[in-house]
Design a protein around this ligand. Structure first.
Ligand SMILES: *Cc1c(COP(=O)(O)O)cnc(C)c1O
Length: 432
């Protein structure tokens, strides 16, 4: 009988991350004032030096520090599942596998980079880290990580989520960070916005601006970002590298690799090791990025230099973007509501090394329910975009009789998203 769970011994966890910049250089970030490539030194007040180094490194493999691997071992290697029950429900000859990143303490892939970022900051003497969070996934992952390295953590959480999704806020508190609704009275930018728009619901753009200001004005404080940047994609490659070892324990190997895309980090994490092999001419695996139709940067945006935030304070990044002023509708996959996409993922799509597609949220929740009722796991709405694409590919296999092997990344569980599921079942979910 084929196995259901493919488990790797913790000593077989990868010892290095894969840096795709060695095989696929991307265009550098630009200084917004001069439009010249950024001088890495200019980023030092904001980011830990080692992370800046990794951001532009062309070394193919970067060693995962032993202290980071020790913490990874709390949940890594994460299980690779063969979705036997989903295959049966779909009646497909395809073989579907998923990597379950929902088993981390924070419930998503985000601690893979949060732990590494907190570690390098600790090494460099950072006493405090500031960050923003939308629905709270990143804030909780960073709070967990700062706790392990005795770093104070300040999270600016978008005001509407702070009040509408109080349990992620509780989780951030549980691991010891200080979380405030953004805009907050704690920064100049926050005070200015509060004065102008006292009733604002806040936005990720405002929260980013507050967190960066906090790091820029406080000597003992650095800033951390949970996605988009090259070093976040680097740290997530532990996901894809593990799956390659896990597939060695089966008779199968993926023909198709799928991930959902907000900023692009979990997609990069699961797919970059396979893209490495495609670039080397060893394999010819299809890679599919899946985004919401309501925020379609890869399928509807332009590939150009743009700001990472709404206040236009960040360096300019070459990426697929809907414009830094784009405000996406309030869809339930909060983690996918970003106007841009990682420069690495953008370059892969532009060079046709990766496909991209978009789905509406109702069809995504249909797929989530099919998955929950077959495999048992309640998926995050973000991850359900990848599930939808995997189901569509499996149905295509049924129509054509092809026995393909499909791998998707289950980036997180949906235990904090039950309000969204309630809306879906009461028919209140709109198809923006
Ligand atoms: C944050 C998040 C995402 C989106 O971020 P990426 O950087 O695009 O991976 C996807 N899934 C889950 C569960 C998340 O928490």
């Amino acid at each position: 009988m084929d196995r259901t769970k493919i488990l790797l011994d913790e000593n077989d966890m990868p010892k290095q991350w894969y840096n795709i910049l060695a095989d696929l250089p991307v265009e550098p970030p630009l200084n917004p004032a001069t439009r010249e490539p950024m001088n890495p030194k200019d980023l030092e007040p904001i980011f830990a030096k080692e992370l800046i180094k990794q951001e532009i490194s062309s070394e193919r493999y970067i060693t995962i520090p032993e202290e980071v691997r020790e913490i990874y071992k709390l949940w890594r290697p994460s299980p690779l599942y063969r979705a036997h029950r989903l295959e049966k429900v779909l009646g497909t000859p395809a073989r579907i596998y998923y990597k379950n990143e929902g088993v981390s303490p924070a419930g998503s892939h985000k601690p893979n980079t949060a732990i590494a970022q907190a570690y390098y900051n600790m090494k460099e003497g950072t006493e405090r880290i500031s960050t923003e969070t939308g629905a709270g996934q990143w804030g909780s992952a960073l709070s967990l990580s700062c706790n392990y390295f005795d770093i104070e953590c300040k999270v600016y959480m978008v005001r509407s989520s702070y009040y509408q999704k109080p349990y992620r806020k509780s989780l951030i508190n549980l691991w010891g960070a200080n979380v405030v609704p953004s805009p907050s009275p704690d920064t100049q930018f926050g005070r200015k916005i509060l004065e102008m728009y006292p009733d604002t619901t806040g936005s990720l753009g405002i929260a980013i601006s507050e967190a960066i200001e906090d790091a820029a004005l406080n000597d003992n404080t650095k800033y951390a970002l949970g996605s988009v940047l090259n070093h976040t994609c680097l740290h997530q490659t532990v996901v894809g590298l593990e799956t390659q070892k896990q597939f060695e324990m089966t008779e199968d190997y993926p023909d198709i690799v799928i991930g959902c895309c907000g900023g692009g980090s979990n997609l990069a994490g699961v797919s970059l090791p396979y893209i490495r092999d495609n670039i080397a001419g060893k394999t010819n695996i299809r890679i599919i990025a899946v985004e919401p139709s309501a925020c379609p940067s890869l399928t509807g945006g332009k590939f150009e230099y743009d700001f990472g935030d709404m206040a236009q304070m960040t360096p300019l990044l070459k990426m697929y973007t809907l414009g830094s002023g784009f405000i996406p509708p309030a869809i339930h996959a909060g983690g996918l509501r970003y106007h841009g996409a990682s420069p690495i993922v953008s370059k892969l799509v532009a060079d046709k090394l990766m496909e991209a597609r978009a789905y509406h949220q109702v069809e995504v929740f249909d797929a989530a329910v099919t998955f929950a009722r077959s495999e048992g796991i309640a998926p995050a709405p973000e991850s359900s975009h990848a599930i939808k694409a995997a189901i569509d590919e499996a149905i295509k296999c049924k129509q054509t009789g092809q026995e393909k092997t499909i791998l998707f990344n289950l980036s997180g569980h949906g235990h904090f998203d039950m309000g969204s599921y309630d809306k879906y079942f009461s028919g209140d979910l709109s198809n923006e």
